[in-house]
Design a protein around this ligand. Structure first.
Ligand code: GTP
Ligand code: MG
Length: 453
């Protein structure tokens, strides 16, 4: 069943007519904290607990000042905004309460709202309502999450463009082209006098090839899109004592990992997020890789090898000329990009290739940051790079269906075989924007959202 066709929609037995409430700002101290309500009861519920009596005639998009009351006691001084349907995030009546940004205070206000008739919103439920009420398609709803979590400036820009409907527009246009193709083929089947001649099938094939090209272009930079959206998984690896932990500390600009002159200091992996220019690294320090009989160090080495295997980028730290066969073996087992850091340049003159750096003085690190940024950003020609695993999988399925259609045409099969492949492609694209989607898929997608969105 298409969700767009639902009348009164019930999700997990929760009716859309419920009024939902949740804290929408992060759970740590801030100047302002916001609680959002959505649903028919939003205004009446707030009226019960708000000292400003003019809110009884709440006007849309107007700010009201006053106190949230519990019994006869004020809880906090607040600004209340009503955004009445349909001019709101969810297309329903929405009220936002801006209080001071203290989590205990926000929870107290939330409790009063729940006692007044609202219920706690589930993760993603505000955005799910915006989707179900037709204000956003699925790519736009997902873009909300992508913007919140974007790990780079370019991912944030791409997320905003998806929110503005660029991906939806592109997908919708391609669907139109496919359905036009199907319609032409159908006509030739229904009215044999218009029967498609071989020339027409050839024409359909050429158009399918053009669409296929367009889809492949969209997924071409998907790997880069993914790392820009989620952060570049970066492992620092090398022999013991070459300065891996020192490199981590220099990049983080803090003494995060223990550094000593004893080889084998780091045992466990240690991961931190850090922004480098326009990208974010998920930077992992690892144990030095070497043969060892120490069972704890052995586990550390296994973890280092695994970190290298799962990395998008490896910083291979070497101390002077110590390139090593053990490490070269580890690198054979990964698709990661590799940058060699020839460390301790302050006390050595030889450099084995790669970048000459000193974790001690910080020399060479600006060059490293530039190298990483251009490695991931320079080839990014299309700003609308696709990064969502769900989108990529569906685009791949679409490409396969189109390739099947082209193959069918090449083999000289009849028009009805062609139609089936095109209809499949049309459906896969429909799943991306949410025009063809089961309730279970919808729930899974929105469950990934953060609370309050
Ligand atoms: N002179 C100089 N010494 C450095 C530099 N980087 C690290 N060291 C020293 O090299 C030694 C080892 O540094 P670590 O950062 O602990 O090396 P590691 O690769 O993490 O070592 P393990 O965890 O044992 O594998 C320490 O004494 C550091 O002070 C550098 O750029 N210059
Ligand atoms: Mg270390």
């Amino acid at each position: 069943m298409s969700l767009f066709l639902c009348g009164e929609i019930t999700i997990k037995n929760l009716k859309m007519s419920d009024t939902i409430a949740q804290i929408v700002t992060p759970p740590y101290p801030g100047a302002v904290g916001i609680i959002r309500l959505s649903g028919d009861g939003s205004v009446p519920v707030v009226q019960k607990i708000f000292s400003n009596k003019s809110f009884r005639e709440a006007e849309s998009h107007r700010a009201y000042y006053g106190y949230i009351m519990e019994g006869g006691t004020p809880i906090d001084e607040v600004i209340v905004l009503a955004m009445l349907a349909p001019r709101s995030y969810t297309c329903e009546d929405v009220v936002e309460i801006q209080s001071h940004g203290n989590i205990h205070l926000l929870r107290r206000i939330l409790d009063v709202l729940i006692a007044g008739g609202a219920r706690l919103a589930e993760a993603g439920e505000f955005t799910k309502r915006a989707f179900l009420n037709g204000r956003l398609d699925l790519t736009q709803a997902e873009a909300v999450c992508d913007i919140i979590n974007a790990a780079s400036k370019s991912a944030q820009t791409a997320g905003l463009r998806r929110l503005q409907g660029h991906l939806r527009g592109k997908i919708s246009n391609i669907r139109q082209e496919i359905i036009a193709l199907v319609a032409e083929i159908e006509v030739s089947i229904d009215y044999p006098e218009h029967e498609m001649e071989q020339g027409n099938i050839e024409n359909a094939k050429i158009r399918a090839e053009k669409i296929l090209e367009e889809i492949r272009e969209m997924t071409k930079n998907a790997d880069i899109g993914r790392v820009l959206q989620y952060g570049i998984e970066t492992a620092i690896i090398g022999k013991p004592n070459v300065g891996k932990s020192s490199v981590l500390n220099t990049i983080l600009k803090e003494e995060r990992a223990i550094v000593t002159e004893t080889a084998g200091t780091t045992r466990d992996t240690l991961t931190e997020l850090v922004n480098i220019g326009e990208v974010t690294l998920r930077l992992t320090d690892t144990a030095g890789i070497r043969e060892t009989s120490d069972c704890i160090e052995k586990i550390g080495v296994e973890r280092a090898v695994l970190a290298a295997k799962n990395a998008d980028l490896i910083l291979w730290v070497v101390d002077g000329a110590q390139r090593d066969a053990d490490i070269e073996n580890v690198l054979k087992d990964t698709d990661a990009k590799v940058i060699i850091l020839s460390n301790k340049s302050d006390i050595r003159t030889e450099c084995v290739g790669g970048l000459s750096v000193s974790a001690k003085t910080g020399a060479g690190f600006d060059e490293l940051y530039k190298t990483i940024n251009s490695m991931f950003l320079d080839n990014l020609t299309d700003i609308d790079v696709v990064c969502d695993k769900r989108h990529i999988e569906l685009l791949d399925k679409t490409a396969q269906a189109l390739a099947d259609a082209i193959n069918t045409a090449n083999l000289g099969f009849g028009e009805d075989f062609l139609t089936q492949d095109f209809v499949n492609a049309y459906k896969f694209l429909g799943e991306i924007i949410g025009a063809e989607l089961g309730d279970d898929v919808c729930d899974t997608i929105f469950a990934k959202f953060c609370v309050g969105k």
